[in-house]
Design a protein around this ligand. Sequence first.
Ligand code: ADP
Ligand code: ADP
Length: 223
Amino acid sequence: MLELNDVSHVYANGTRALDHVTLSIPRGMYGLLGPNGAGKSTLMRTIATLQTPSEGAIRFGEIDVIAEPEKLRRTLGYLPQDFGVYPRVSAYDMLDHMAVLKGVASKSDRKAIVESLLGQTNLWSVRKKALAGFSGGMRQRFGIAQALIGNPELIIVDEPTAGLDPEERNRFLNLLAEIGENVVVILSTHIVEDVSDLCPRMAVIADGRIRLEGAPAELIART
Ligand code: ADP
Ligand code: ADP
């Protein structure tokens, strides 16, 4: 369970991007829906410990996220909105390298992890291909593979379906739903269908404030 309590963020220029956000996010897929500029990326980066909120508390299980960001990072998988890849490196080599950075020292352990992730994300057939040649869908699936190194219990994906065609989008969302059976997955998006199809619970954010929270069917019935 991820708990945000009265989290606010004001940028240096005075923009209040988060305004008293309080949320309890259970295991499974959780949708954060809102228009551009609503505060989704700010919230995602804040949960991912890339920025510290001006006010408020965040807990993930036993972890006080603001006081102990390094503890959260050990159990976090993050796919940022502007996920960039090293173009000349192959998918296999990049995942292997990232596993080294995550502290997996043994070559045979890394082989097992990387092969399993390439299979799970359906990238085995293109494992030797340079990342520059990947389609949008392949790139996002690679983004999930890298986010899953180290068996994270909290996974954050920020606007992952932008630019994907319908088939790639479905494949990507089904992959997330599979992952979400065991861990907390937060999916931010401005597309209603991304959350209504797959997320048992969701929040709607606008102008930095949580406007609605609940099961998608209930929320859609109410509006
Ligand atoms: P979303 O991800 O929903 O599009 P953001 O979190 O990116 O929303 O932005 C929320 C608000 O904060 C917007 O008004 C945006 O212009 C502003 N904002 C985002 N980043 C910064 C920043 N680094 N400095 C100042 N304002 C920012
Ligand atoms: P995978 O086999 O990794 O699941 P798919 O075969 O489903 O990937 O293809 C997903 C997208 O990537 C399609 O647009 C496909 O044309 C493209 N693609 C797949 N393999 C390659 C490749 N070796 N070189 C270039 N594009 C590829």
